[in-house]
Design a protein around this ligand. Structure first.
Ligand SMILES: C[S@@+](CC[C@H](N)C(=O)[O-])C[C@H]1O[C@@H](n2cnc3c(N)ncnc32)[C@H](O)[C@@H]1O
Length: 205
């Protein structure tokens, strides 16, 4: 395939903000009023694309910092002909804290994020009090935070952070409550016999 065609395929699936230093509303990413779901650290995008195929009446934004993964996801989106899905190459915390408008996300998915297991690296974990504050601001009223990890200690950490934050209500999340495809890392971890833990939190008024 010619280089220009390949580039066009990538560009069509990408969301590139016109300005990284002002807030972006969801209608600047997708036209119309459909609710926005964000997949933070979307990796190779299997979950993101499966959700976009299943729910054409919702919009999906993947956020990923690795260029190779972003290119792959963007190309896959274009080839699948999905108009309700885009990928943004940016740092997760910056996206939530500074880029997206307040109250514009219906559901935020954080799936198999890096657990930073060593104690001296815990400060690098994404889920901390300041992140939860920014996430609370970015979610619509009644919006949800969905989290999965194979790392038990990180799961306990996130539960503890959410409890201390105090402005989310954790609700049950059973396997068949709603369509929720496995991510690439979930498939990998489960093939190694690991068990994932899940947390579903609703934004309090
Ligand atoms: C362990 S992988 C999980 C990928 C995917 N969610 C899954 O479950 O298959 C974590 C992903 O998050 C991305 N990532 C890690 N830290 C990030 C950050 N601060 N901002 C954006 N992406 C990040 C990594 O590049 C990687 O693709």
């Amino acid at each position: 395939m010619a280089k220009g065609v390949k580039l066009k395929e990538i560009e069509a699936g990408l969301f590139v903000p016109s300005d990284y230093f002002r807030r972006i509303g969801r209608r600047e990413i997708f036209p119309g009023d459909a609710p926005l779901e964000v997949d933070l650290g979307c990796g190779d995008g299997a979950f993101l694309l499966a959700m976009a195929r299943q729910f054409p009446e919702r919009n999906f934004l993947g956020v990923e910092r690795l260029l190779g993964r972003v290119r792959k996801v963007a190309r896959d989106i274009t080839r699948a002909g999905l108009v309700n899905c885009k990928v943004l190459r940016l740092e997760s915390k910056y996206t939530i804290e500074w880029l997206l408008e307040r109250q514009c996300i219906k559901r935020l998915h954080l799936l198999c994020p890096d657990p930073w297991p060593k104690a001296r690296h815990h400060e690098r974990r994404l889920v901390q009090q300041d992140f939860l504050g920014s996430l609370w601001d970015a979610l619509e009223p009644g919006g949800e935070f969905l989290f999965k990890t194979d790392h038990d200690e990180y799961y306990e950490w996130v539960c503890d952070q959410v409890t201390r934050f105090g402005r989310f209500t954790c609700v049950p999340w059973r396997k068949d409550d709603f369509f929720y495809p496995k991510t690439d890392f979930q498939v990998l971890w489960e093939s190694q016999g690991k068990v994932l833990q899940s947390l579903r939190c609703v934004k309090n008024k």
